[in-house]
Design a protein around this ligand. Structure first.
Ligand code: UDP
Length: 382
């Protein structure tokens, strides 16, 4: 048995790694070893619980207000002894957080191969999104196996000179998690959500918490949402808010007095997936949500100037609108009141996956160790 260690710490990482851990558990030749870094304590535990995953080690690196340098230093310092003791055959990291990059670096220093899940996403500048774009480019340089979600991401890697034999196009594991979750609907766990009368009302689901949105961009978004809620009394807005005070202190004062706005704590993954399925449209700065909502046929307005996920923009389901208040109001209003425009964006498209990304990932890992064959690439490329 080869041991495949995986290290993750944020909610989106947990959601995207969970299907891989489950697939590793089913493998005859590989076994998972789960280590968490613990940045998003409550949200992380909650995702692990939802997927029935029990971490074998917890690096507990989080402290409120901690800078990137401290997160990075603690990850390197605390993961290294775990790697030395367990000597896994490889380390799997996902995406582009600083802890993912530094976990990769720690494995590289121990001469343990790094396998990068969701490899090859790119914007045009290393500074945006910060620090994610830098983290994922750096991870590419030290990885031995690149699990690219789409052929676009594969092309990005090839353009940087990555050896094609080390790239597998898997689809994104977030679609595995989503399809499995929405397939068996359950009542909302969140009481406020369960108590909302949503039948027949248009629901706008909003999430915004990325570092680059903090401050003025988020103020402009909050202002636009207030205006939308006042102009559209029959529309229900739901904002699951990140615990971060930088997020709470903007959205709460701007929106908490409005009857048709529900400000909740972050939702469980099952609630969130089901709420996306129930929504009329989604407004977000999240990467994962940009991937999930299109597969449920929901128009997505993205509160960012650029995206490393162009596939659904090209398919017409996602639109980049930035954070100008007037623009947000106009784009939301068009989707609410112009049925032809709504229909043109509401096509269910699956550019990010078909629910088999974890199986392709595990097959690519088995092939890396000479233990099996790869599956055909997602999107038909071999
Ligand atoms: N999500 C969740 N509960 C929420 C909001 C989001 O479970 O209240 C999930 C969502 O389904 C998606 C992921 O969290 O899979 C996105 O995480 P986030 O926006 O934090 O990060 P990003 O995708 O931008 O890296």
């Amino acid at each position: 048995m080869r041991t495949i260690m995986t290290v993750y710490g944020t909610r989106p990482e947990a959601i995207k790694v969970a299907p891989i851990v489950k697939a590793l558990q089913r493998s005859q030749t590989l076994r998972p070893h789960v280590v968490v870094t613990g940045q998003h304590r409550a949200m992380l535990d909650q995702v692990n619980e939802a997927f029935g995953i029990e971490p074998e080690a917890d690096l507990d690196i989080f402290a409120p207000g901690q800078g990137l340098e401290t997160t990075a230093a603690k990850t390197l310092e605390r993961l290294t002894p775990v790697l030395k003791e367990s000597r896994p055959d490889a380390l799997v990291v996902q995406g582009d957080t600083s802890s993912a990059f530094v976990a990769g670096l720690a494995a590289f220093y121990q001469q343990i191969p790094v396998f990068h899940v969701e490899a090859g996403l790119r914007t045009e500048t290393i500074w945006s999104p910060f620090p994610e774009e830098g983290n994922r480019r750096l991870l590419t340089r030290i990885s031995s196996l690149h699990l690219a979600p789409t052929s676009v991401s594969k092309q990005n890697l090839l353009g940087e000179g990555v050896d094609p034999t080390t790239i597998a196009v898997t689809g994104n594991t977030v679609i595995d998690a989503l399809l499995e979750t929405v397939a068996s609907p359950r009542p909302y766990q969140n009481e406020e959500l369960a108590g909302l009368e949503l039948t027949g009302r248009k629901l706008i689901l909003v999430t915004s918490h990325r570092r680059e949105s903090w401050g003025e961009p988020m103020e402009r978004t909050a202002k636009a949402l207030r205006e939308i809620a006042l102009r559209e009394p029959d529309v229900q807005l739901v904002l699951p808010l990140h615990a971060n005070p930088l997020v709470q202190d903007i959205f709460r004062p701007a929106l908490e007095d409005l009857d048709n706005v529900l400000l909740t704590a972050s939702l469980s993954y099952t609630d969130f997936a089901q709420l996306t399925a129930a929504a009329t449209l989604v407004v977000t700065d999240s990467g994962g949500v940009q991937e999930e909502a299109p597969s449920l046929g929901k128009p997505v307005l993205v509160l960012r100037e650029n995206t490393e996920r162009p596939e659904a923009v090209d398919a017409g389901t996602v639109k980049l609108i930035g954070t100008d208040s007037e623009r947000i109001i106009t784009e939301v209003s068009r989707l609410l009141h112009e049925p032809a425009h709504y229909e043109s964006m509401a096509n269910a498209v699956n550019p990010y996956g078909d629910g088999k990304a974890a199986a392709r990932t595990v097959a690519a890992i088995e092939q890396f160790f000479g233990l099996g064959d790869r599956l055909a690439d997602f999107g038909g490329e071999s």
